[in-house]
Design a protein around this ligand. Structure first.
Ligand code: F6P
Length: 550
């Protein structure tokens, strides 16, 4: 597919066959598909590790799935997957390998980048993180005044924030409840203010997380955090070494900031920011849950990596989910994808996936730089159920849009819930099952009439149904399950990027805004003239300055 001269994606026989098949399926309803195949509810399921994945409520038949797998084969998904695992530089626009899978490779595996095995380095950093985490957790690592560090504040943004922030919340029951763990990402000073206003600097550890160590938000917040710390501890710069550590690929910048390189936890340019949460970027999480639980998380990632690499296409969950997304984007005109976890602890899960998916596949040129004329990554959105049911589900049920949705739920409530609250779990899950049922099968006009509804209200109370969903069910939310889920989505995103023939591992689109922000900032503070500023922005800057009394 990548080679010049081969047909572009939407002119391949496999794509055209899918288009024809879509026409044939027309408005075929899930009600019909389930009637025709009574085994569909068990046949269209996969078991991967702890995850039971039900894809029976998708607008697909055996033929659809075969055609989608043929598309994957024709577009070289398996070959690109092997190239990724082998450490080839598949991030072509940045000339980098894409090796987040090496972050969870067992010791002894050999994965080479430029002829060097990277796995020993991965384990050396993990061991260093484990030793540091244990020292903090036990109180052996003390602050400048000899106090144990019980407040952990991670300063980072994007991939240096969302993963550990999401997982600290998801795994809250596994965390040391004696620790206060907070995340500061926004350059809005209110974020840092709220994070530290009730903390004792003597007991506070700042983890400055930045792959590049040049991200303006993170460096600005880190400098402000250092000022806050020094204010609170009497101003002796020596305090910084006890209260600041860095997670980065950039030792020079870390040292320049004033953090002792001994307190730096390294990762590498072959780890993309949004794929970095199981690298040193996970230090705050490791301190919160402890090294053993962190290793369980890694084992969950690894389980899904092995599945993705070895399972046959018919049983390969990331492949399947990736292809389903392509089916809806290309042949059902779906613009978005909802991820709806039925777990309060997964409140940050979809936000994490937004970066993973949208920063990876929000692209409009192919690997050869040619505009694509097929849909790429969807808008990913969603919040935990049941809250969304009382807010935006109406649009999914009765609106005009096709919105494929993933429902993620657990058979058991977390162990520490008192019996009365644990008993609420069945009600939560009853909603979980009811929603996918209602979305798939709806309610016909005849069913509405049979309830004696007045004729003029029948159209309003009719549910078309036929809304596609995936259900992912696990026994309970554990570190390993988080690893399995994240790797499932990582590889799903990979599959889609491979079929669409885009580079899922760069993010040039976010650069322009950064450059422009740097240009505009002096205009805000000093009223400096910004050459080339458009008329709208120039006026907005003038209004802003006047509203600020400048
Ligand atoms: O602006 C986008 C981005 O580069 C993300 O890809 C990345 O996760 C985030 O910024 C933070 O970058 P860094 O870890 O280098 O501070």
């Amino acid at each position: 597919m990548n080679a010049e001269g081969r047909a572009r994606l939407n002119r391949t026989p496999e794509w055209l066959a899918l288009g024809k098949h879509r026409e044939e399926l027309g408005q075929t309803h899930l009600r019909q598909l389930f009637e025709e195949d009574p085994d569909r509810g068990t046949a269209y399921t996969l078991r991967v590790g702890d995850l039971h994945i039900d894809y029976s409520k998708h607008l697909v038949t055996d033929e659809t799935l075969t055609l989608l797998r043929e598309l994957a084969a024709a577009t070289g998904v398996a070959e690109l997957r092997e190239a990724m695992f082998r450490g080839e530089k598949i991030n072509t626009t940045e000339g980098r390998a894409v090796l987040h899978t090496a972050l969870r490779a067992p010791a002894g595996t050999v994965v080479e980048v430029d002829g060097e095995d990277v796995v020993p380095g991965v384990h050396a950093v993990l061991d260093k993180m484990a030793s540091f985490s244990e020292r903090v957790r036990s109180g052996e690592w003390t602050g400048f005044t000899g106090q144990p560090l019980t407040n952990i504040v991670n300063i980072g943004i994007g991939g240096s924030d969302l993963g550990p922030a999401m997982a600290c919340e998801a795994l809250r029951p596994f965390t040391d409840r004696g620790l206060t763990v907070r995340f500061v990402s926004n350059v809005d000073g209110a974020d840092l203010h709220e994070a530290v206003r009730d903390l004792d600097p003597e007991r506070t550890l700042f983890i400055v997380a930045s792959k590049t160590f040049t991200t303006i938000e993170t460096i600005t917040n880190a400098e402000s955090a250092r000022a806050w710390l020094l204010d609170g501890l009497g101003g002796d710069e020596a305090a910084v070494a006890r209260h600041f550590v860095a997670l980065s690929t950039n030792a020079e910048k870390v040292t320049g900031f004033g953090i002792d390189p001994a307190n730096m936890f390294e990762f590498w340019d072959w780890v993309g920011g949004r794929y970095s949460f199981d690298s040193a970027i996970g230090l705050s999480l490791m301190i919160a849950i402890g090294p053993d639980r962190f290793r369980e998380l890694l084992s969950g990632f690894r389980l899904m990596d092995e599945h993705f690499r070895t399972a046959p296409p018919e049983e390969n969950a990331p492949l399947l989910l990736g292809l389903l997304g392509i089916w809806y984007g290309a042949f059902h005109d779906a613009q978005s994808h909802a991820v709806l976890p039925y777990s309060h602890y997964l409140s940050r899960f979809t936000a994490y996936l937004q970066q993973l998916d949208m920063e990876s596949n929000g692209k409009s040129v192919d690997r050869e730089g040619r505009p694509v004329d097929w849909q790429t990554g969807p808008v990913v959105w969603g919040t935990p159920g049941t809250n969304g049911q009382h807010a935006y589900y109406q649009l999914i049920h009765q609106g005009t849009k096709v919105i494929p949705a993933d429902f993620i739920g657990f058979a058991r409530p977390v162990a520490e819930l008192p019996p009365r609250l644990a008993a609420q779990h069945d009600l939560l899950m009853a909603n979980f099952f009811a929603q996918t049922q209602a979305l798939a099968f709806g309610k016909t006009a005849d069913e509405v009439r049979a309830e004696g509804v007045a004729e003029e209200l029948v159209p309003h109370k009719t549910f078309r149904g036929n809304h596609p969903t995936t259900t992912v069910l696990a026994t309970e939310l554990t570190p390993s399950v988080i690893g399995q889920l994240i790797a499932l989505y990582e590889h799903k995103v990979f599959v889609q990027g491979a079929v669409w023939n885009i580079d899922s591992f760069d993010q040039w689109g976010v650069e322009l805004g950064k450059v422009l922000a740097k240009r505009v900032e002096p205009a805000l503070a000093e009223g400096a003239d910004v050459p080339g500023l458009d008329a709208s922005t120039r006026n907005l800057v003038a209004v802003y300055r006047s509203l600020r009394g400048r």
